[in-house]
Design a protein around this ligand. Structure first.
Ligand code: ZN
Length: 523
């Protein structure tokens, strides 16, 4: 048995949640753990959840025991092997640590039981109603179950946040309230029309998969300029071990093959002109700045999802100027540190030195030129500034991290901003623990990003299907803390932010004009 080759990324995500468990200890813990995935023989409609749970488990656990009907076990085994070719797959007889069951709970110890009925999902409880589950709800149940399994496996390290008892819970994913029957429970095969997805990363991939398994008919424009890196495999549900280097938008197209969802690809950076009428827009990007920029350039309904440490959330923004807009959610309530200050903190370097590299776009492996240290009244040069023209910043970053400069050779001829983006935020250097890990560099767990993407898709489908739409809550935002466990209050109110662009008279005038040009029915 062996951990996947992206283990370091798993450790980046899990270790900070587990009291800073070091990579070696985490490796040992995972290699000693066997998780079991079970599906009841009569769990019709839950097959897609079995395969999805196997997908998520394969991104963390090296030893997985599969129990259930033979065709399902064979398919799940294939899924696991394609994600982690070194995984060990066991059958019924082997010993058990923790079990994820798709179906009603049993008396077995160390078991998490999840199921779905209509748009309701149940954790550790028997469904009150027995209608066919919406496939999207089955995916959500699987992701919730994998999250509970994580809380169980690591209950000691997680302390209060671990899973120590069963707490039966159910929630309706459309109303975000208690389980309830919703007309047209399944909405399978609904026509969702044309829409766009910005970001085909961890959240975007789960969203596309959800719309596809829901058998929705429609056309989606997927916008993302990037290719898959090895560290992405830790939580990108559409990626296999062989996909490193693949174009992200192509993975979205592959996932929709054989479904009624047509995928158009825009492997380009975000730009409102790329849309060409593909609205509403599902936003699944990484950064706050990108989200604000998208709302600022977009007179269209927006659906959003995000992860933050131990938490995930989703929101809808359909009436600009009335509801909280997407920018309201992220509008800074205090001055944000400038980019050079964030990079300086992450790399453990002086902000003035970082600013100089950013200002002239100098490669990290080159020392500042003579006279290259700017003179700024509010940021005086420290005594050691003389050294900055003799040594490259890369040498000092390496020394600080306790690694040799040759370990960082890949960044020698690249701008300092890349070292921050790929090395810190992208995870390339995280293991070396340089300085403070910035907030935006914290890595979500696989099930966390997946659940965010699933909820992004469910919000969108619910908006497009009238029978579901009328059951939506007044709350335009939802949150789920993956380390708190059930039960949770999921729907959240979101007020508009003071001073946001949606309250700016000049912006509204321009925005209103843009909207009127595109849509005669606009305000
Ligand atoms: Zn706003």
């Amino acid at each position: 048995m062996s951990l996947p080759r992206f283990f370091d990324r798993i450790a980046d995500a899990a270790a900070p949640l587990l009291g800073g468990l070091d990579h070696g200890s985490l490796r040992e813990r995972l290699e000693r753990t066997t998780v079991t995935l079970v599906i009841d023989d009569d769990s019709t409609g839950h097959e897609v959840g079995y395969d999805f749970a196997a997908n998520l488990l394969a991104r963390v656990y090296p030893t997985i025991r599969l129990c259930g009907p033979q065709p399902l076990v064979e398919r799940a085994a294939r899924t696991i092997t394609l994600i982690n070719p070194r995984a060990e797959i066991l059958d019924e007889g082997a010993a058990v640590d923790w079990t994820l069951r798709l179906g009603p709970p049993t008396d077995a110890p160390r078991e998490v039981a999840v199921s779905a009925s209509g748009w309701n999902v149940y954790v550790d409880s028997e469904p009150q109603d027995q209608v066919r589950a919406a496939p999207a709800a089955v995916l959500a149940a699987a992701a919730l179950g994998v999250g509970e399994l994580f809380r169980g496996v690591f209950c000691r390290e997680l302390g209060d946040r671990g899973r120590h008892t069963r707490t039966p819970w159910g929630v309706n994913l459309v109303s975000l309230g208690a389980p309830s029957p919703v007309p047209e429970e399944r909405a399978i095969g609904a026509d969702v029309g044309v829409f766009a997805l910005v970001g085909a990363g961890a959240i975007g991939q789960a969203a596309i998969l959800t719309v596809a398994v829901q058998q929705a008919r429609g056309r989606v424009l997927v916008i993302d300029p990037e290719r898959v890196t090895l560290s992405n495999l830790q939580r990108y549900v559409l990626t296999l071990d062989s996909d490193v280097g693949a174009v992200k938008t192509e993975l979205a197209a592959r996932a929709a093959q054989g479904t009624d969802l047509e995928v158009a690809q825009a492997p380009a950076a975000w730009d409102a002109t790329v849309l060409e009428g593909a609205e509403p827009v599902l936003v699944a990007v990484d950064s706050t700045d990108d989200r604000i920029a998208i709302q600022a350039s977009l007179p269209a309904a927006v659906f959003n999802a995000y992860t933050q440490p131990a938490d995930l959330g989703w929101s809808r923004h359909e009436r600009f100027g009335e509801d909280a807009c997407l920018a309201c959610v992220y509008w800074p309530d205090r001055p944000r540190p400038d980019r050079h200050e964030m990079i300086a903190e992450a790399l453990g370097q002086h902000p003035l030195r970082v600013l100089a590299y950013l200002a002239i776009g100098l490669p990290a492996g080159v020392a500042l030129p003579p006279g290259g240290v700017p003179a700024l009244p509010d940021l005086p040069a420290p005594p050691e500034a003389g050294e900055w023209t003799r040594r490259s910043i890369l040498e000092d970053v390496a020394a600080q991290a306790g690694v040799s400069v040759s370990d960082l050779a890949a960044w020698r001829s690249r701008p300092l901003a890349d070292l921050y983006q790929d090395g810190i935020c992208g995870g390339g250097l995280l293991e070396t623990r340089i300085g403070e890990v910035p907030h935006e560099a914290l890595v979500p767990l696989a099930h966390q990003s997946a659940l965010a993407g699933i909820m992004l898709a469910i919000q969108f489908v619910a908006a497009r299907v009238p029978a579901l739409r009328e059951h939506r809550p007044v709350e335009t935002e939802g949150r789920y803390d993956v380390l708190a466990g059930p039960p949770q209050i999921v729907g959240r109110l979101r007020d508009r932010s003071d001073n946001c662009l949606c309250s700016d008279a000049v912006f509204l005038e321009v925005y209103g004009d843009k909207f009127a040009l595109k849509d005669g029915a606009a305000r």
